[in-house]
Design a protein around this ligand. Structure first.
Ligand code: PGA
Length: 244
């Protein structure tokens, strides 16, 4: 269960969040818990989760190890402050910052090289769903992006299916819609990396996951976890998602 804080929370707000959140998930050993704060709050988050099982991640990773890349943060910088995960290819990155399947692949490879677990996001836009192209879009994003990984690299990633029209809109995919999309992705994984990899890969659902819909989403065997935006900002609501 991963929280994507997007561009919210200062270090002080991060510390305050974990003071409330930690006791609420102290006994939650059924899943991994990851919070991805903004880069400037990573240090505060890592300090606040010390001694707990909660992990911390970045929201992006540069494809280079270092260099003249103004505004970028590389994988080793993330691991050096104690992050262990990184979200890659979120639809907001694709929509507002020109992220493509090709850059998603390069960033994923760089994250793996640094020892991070990438959470690689895919998902269709509203017009793509309405024109009946959801599966084609997912297959395209898989083949142009993720499929460039080796078997060993693939074994270490997490995939997040996030229909763009469901992000921050209050519209959730129905559990059946989400499960259908997850099956499409899993079939691609099986075809490219084999049955075992298809069975083993964790596919998270993201898009307006809330305490009141998480249970029915997680009841789908195809859905292995959630990537939560808005509802991860509040310790009580994110803990009830974690403890669905
Ligand atoms: P949301 O965001 O839960 O606010 O819809 C999900 C995401 O963008 O990861």
């Amino acid at each position: 269960m991963a929280g994507n804080w997007k561009m919210y929370k200062t270090p002080a707000e991060t510390t305050a969040f974990f003071e409330k959140f930690r006791p609420l998930v102290e006994k939650s050993s059924h899943c991994e818990i990851v919070i991805c704060p903004p880069f400037t709050s990573l240090v505060a988050a890592v300090a606040a989760v010390q001694g707990s099982a909660i992990q911390v991640g970045g929201q992006n990773v540069a494809w280079a190890k270092e260099g003249a890349f103004t505004g970028e943060i590389c994988g080793q910088m993330l691991t050096s402050v104690g992050a262990s995960y990184a979200i890659i290819g979120h639809s907001e990155r694709r929509q507002y910052f020109c992220e493509t399947d090709e850059t998603v692949l390069k960033r994923t490879q760089a994250a793996l090289e640094a020892g991070l677990t990438p959470i690689v996001c895919v998902g269709e836009r509203l017009e793509e769903r309405e024109s009946g192209n959801t599966a084609n879009v997912l297959i395209g994003q898989f083949n142009k992006g993720i499929a460039g990984l080796t078997d060993q690299q693939f074994a270490k990633i997490v995939i997040a299916y996030e229909p763009v029209w469901a992000i921050g809109t209050g519209k959730t995919a129905t559990p059946e819609m989400a499960a259908d999309a997850h099956r499409v992705i899993r079939e691609q994984v099986r075809a490219k990396y084999g049955k075992d990899a298809g069975d083993a890969v964790r596919i998270l659902y993201g898009g307006s996951v809330k305490p009141d819909n998480v249970k029915t989403l997680m009841a789908q065997p195809e859905i292995d976890g959630s990537l939560v935006g808005g509802a991860s900002l509040d310790p009580v609501s994110f803990s009830s998602i974690v403890n669905f």
